[in-house]
Design a protein around this ligand. Sequence first.
Ligand code: ZN
Length: 90
Amino acid sequence: MWTVCEGCLRVFEIQKFRKQKLTAGIERVYYKCRYCDREITAYYVSKKIKDKQFQLKNEQNEEKKEQLHAELKEEIRKMNEAINKQRQKK
Ligand SMILES: [Zn+2]
């Protein structure tokens, strides 16, 4: 996967994704620029979100799907809130 570094604006291929554990079971997935070593966040995910995504994938019932979708949205909202709180502490 090719990308542009947001720091030095050079194009490079992502060799590997790294994981960093944050609070409340949240994981930050990121990679490093091969030129300037800048850490670039790919996405955040948590155990709860992974579970919900898995359930959603396997659910056939439309009504339950909708319910799971709403729950997933809520988990993502909570996760973003936790990430923002942690950022403000620094
Ligand atoms: Zn760079």
